[in-house]
Ligand binder design. Structure first.
Ligand code: DQA
Length: 144
């Protein structure tokens, strides 16, 4: 079982970026937590981050046959990227949408996710725990 964690723009700044919204953990801290839990569950995980829409699209395209599930925090592209949405839809690898913050409790432009309809489900608002919940959902995806 292999799970691909994709992270979109500005998530490389976690730890210093608006800590009141996103917390003090860096993306590396979050990855370490996910890796620890994945190790206990015997699941292989890969973590990637890009500030570039096309790079995320490329990784989604390449995931077919290489990964069983994608867990994606598309960050701002969640709200804007038809290209990311179309890639998820085209490739057909089961995909779970996650966010650190509760996007529905924030500015109105964050309430709409253009990728939600092509994802199996959405987890948001639990801080770094959203990533662990995404891992759990990904495993349920294959074992249920
Ligand atoms: C985010 C929420 C998005 O609205 C925002 O653009 C991000 C991070 C989150 O994890 O809470 O960059 O995806």
């Amino acid at each position: 079982m292999k799970i691909l964690f994709l992270n979109g723009p500005n998530l490389n700044l976690l730890g210093q970026r608006e800590p009141s919204v996103y917390g003090r953990d860096t993306l590396a801290d979050i990855e370490a937590k996910v890796r620890e839990r994945a190790g206990q569950l015997n699941v292989a995980v890969e973590f990637r981050q890009s500030n570039l829409e096309g790079e995320l699209v490329g990784w989604i395209q390449e995931s077919k046959g290489a990964f069983d599930v994608i867990v994606i925090n598309a960050a701002a592209y969640t709200h804007t990227s038809i290209a990311v949405r179309d890639a998820i839809s085209a490739v057909g690898v089961p995909t779970i949408e996650i966010h650190l913050s509760n996007i529905h409790a924030r500015e109105e432009f964050r309430h709409k996710s253009v990728i939600a309809a092509v994802c199996r489900g959405q987890i948001c608002g639990f801080g770094p725990q959203s990533y662990l919940l995404g891992l759990g959902a990904a495993i349920g995806e294959k074992r249920c």
